[in-house]
Design a protein around this ligand. Structure first.
Ligand code: PCA
Length: 215
């Protein structure tokens, strides 16, 4: 399976993004039956989604898993839904702060993730990592890239499954601030994301022989 795995660059006064670190760490690993195509996206409402689509066209992956930071989450959050809405609480890294705008005017209100979200959630927890299923990827860049890839796949009548997992902050992001909040160590996040990837690979691995048998 060829997997396009993306993270985001740091944003909002932080110089660290856990998704960037998880992608970089996993990119160097050898996982059986897996070819990883890593990419780090800019937190920029124009360049972020564009880079994801460019990476998709370039790599033609069998599945897409995007990662990003959600500062108040206590656990890995497997996102179920992306909505057609931009409503930025803070400016992106290009200084743009958008309110109440659709991502794609006239396009569907929302898309469900097409990765096996329940199985990913269960396998992450079975690996010993706190995890939740989440109903909202927010209305910032993470939701925007999730919506963008699901819309692109649907518009082009492709079957490539795609989805998104939000990560808590790293302890080193929280420790210096007075506004305390949840955090999770990098190694724990990596264990969880690895488990999710294995589940996606199993889903696709079972899918391919079934098609072959029908011929
Ligand atoms: N998290 C932000 C954008 C980039 C990131 O890592 C979000 O949740 O939208």
């Amino acid at each position: 399976m060829k997997l396009l795995l993306t993270g985001f660059e740091p944003f909002d006064k932080s110089n660290i993004n856990p998704s960037d670190q998880v992608v970089r760490a996993i990119a160097h690993e050898k996982m059986e039956g897996l070819e990883l195509c890593p990419a780090i996206l800019p937190v920029d409402r124009v360049r972020g989604p564009q880079m994801l689509i460019d990476a998709f066209k370039l790599t033609r992956p069998d599945a897409v898993l995007c990662l990003g930071e959600a500062s108040r989450r206590m656990a890995l959050s497997v996102e179920r839904v992306a909505v057609n809405l931009l409503d930025f609480r803070i400016a992106d890294n290009a200084g743009e702060k958008v309110m109440d705008e659709p991502i794609m005017p006239g396009a569907p209100a929302a898309y469900f993730a097409t990765l096996p979200v329940r199985a990913m959630y269960e396998s992450i927890r079975a690996a010993g990592v706190p995890c939740e299923l989440s109903l909202s990827a927010g209305t910032f860049l993470c939701n925007q890239v999730m919506y963008t890839i699901l819309h692109y796949v649907a518009q082009n009548r492709l079957t490539t499954p795609a989805g998104f997992i939000h990560l808590p902050r790293l302890p080193e992001q929280v420790a210096p601030t007075d506004a305390l909040g949840p955090s999770m160590g990098l190694e724990t996040m990596i264990v969880g994301i690895r488990a999710a990837i294995v589940t996606v690979r199993q889903m696709l691995g079972e899918f391919v022989p079934r098609i072959a048998e029908q011929k």
